[in-house]
Design a protein around this ligand. Structure first.
Ligand SMILES: C[S@@+](CC[C@H](N)C(=O)[O-])C[C@H]1O[C@@H](n2cnc3c(N)ncnc32)[C@H](O)[C@@H]1O
Length: 307
């Protein structure tokens, strides 16, 4: 069973796709986005495949084996797919194709930037995982005509940092350092000047308290170390809405409050609920709603979930 519907898959190598989609005048349809995602997935497991045409059949076979790893009774183990340590867990995020596709589109296809990025674009992804958001940032930079871009991922899982770093280097996208993103001194001076784009997707699952992940702590550290360099930054997510169920209050985490839960709610349990994406408020459960048409229902049922 192909992981994408017939017609949704673009043939050609990942490298060629990225080159084509980097042109400022190129359209960025959802079909291209999901094709890039599944090719990136394949190349993450089989380094080097980014330079070849890999058929949808080959990608699908690998995808099924990968998704099967998390089900009982499967013959494969992560090692059998060459996935050391926790790299398989990182790839589970990417493999949630509808949500990843939506997030990818919101970054790569961003229609306007706040300043002129042609002379320099600096992007950070704090909690990089597979690096797919840095790949989206790379397209954002190039589609806005950036001649130079410096993209840096920060990931504290050293095995994932190494694997993702190799992948992004092969693609010429950027680099990854193994560091705790709550320690801004470990990486902030590795990039120069104003920060054009900053992703922080260390968002807990909807049934977990905000404090269970490092989202706010990471933002606190970066703002403390470099607030003057964040004036025109585009953030992903630009706004995160969380709820405090006892009082049914919504709290908004955005650049205005440095993405911190307001003091009054800090000792309460606050859960993530929605983000502003592509200018609209979307519940985390509703992310990716344009993409199911590209993915057969039998595949969708089998996909891992991002949050
Ligand atoms: C939700 S995943 C990010 C997924 C990533 N955007 C992707 O699409 O592959 C969160 C990642 O952040 C990393 N992480 C969490 N807290 C971190 C911290 N304090 N410093 C660095 N990395 C962190 C985790 O190891 C994990 O790989």
């Amino acid at each position: 069973m192909p992981v994408l519907r017939p017609g949704a898959f673009r043939s050609g190598s990942l490298v060629d796709d990225l080159e084509r989609l980097s042109r400022p005048e190129a359209a960025l349809p959802d079909e291209d986005i999901v094709s890039v995602l599944v090719k990136y997935f394949h190349a993450y497991i089989y380094p080097g495949s980014e330079g070849h045409c890999v058929s949808l059949g080959e990608i699908s076979e690998l995808f099924w084996r990968f998704c099967g790893l998390w089900r009982e009774g499967t013959p494969d183990r992560p090692d059998d797919l060459g996935l050391r340590g926790t790299t398989g867990y990182a790839l589970r995020m990417l493999a949630d194709l509808p949500k990843t596709g939506h997030i990818f589109r919101s970054i790569a296809g961003r229609p306007a930037m706040s300043g002129d990025v042609r002379d320099g674009y600096v992007g950070l992804d704090l909690g990089t995982g597979t690096g797919v958001l840095l790949l989206a940032a790379y397209l954002q930079a190039r589609r806005h005509g950036a001649r130079r871009c410096d993209l840096l991922g920060v990931e504290y899982d050293t095995v994932v940092a190494e694997r993702t770093g190799q992948m992004l280097e092969r693609l010429g996208v950027g680099r990854v350092v193994a560091a705790d993103a709550r320690d801004a001194q470990a990486y902030i001076e590795l990039v120069d000047g104003p920060i054009t784009f900053l992703a922080n997707e260390t968002i807990p699952a909807m049934n977990q308290r905000m404090q269970s992940e490092h989202f706010s702590a990471i933002h606190a550290a970066v703002f403390k170390a470099a607030s003057g360099r964040l004036r025109d930054t585009v953030f992903f997510p630009e706004v995160l809405v969380a709820v405090e169920p006892k009082s049914d209050a919504s709290v908004v985490l955005s650049r205005q409050n440095r993405f911190q839960v307001p003091k009054y709610y800090r000792h309460e349990s606050v859960f993530p609920r929605a983000v502003i994406i592509e200018g609209r408020l979307a519940a985390l459960t509703r992310l990716g709603k344009d993409f199911p048409r590209l993915i057969p229902p039998q595949v969708r049922r089998f996909l891992p979930r991002r949050w």
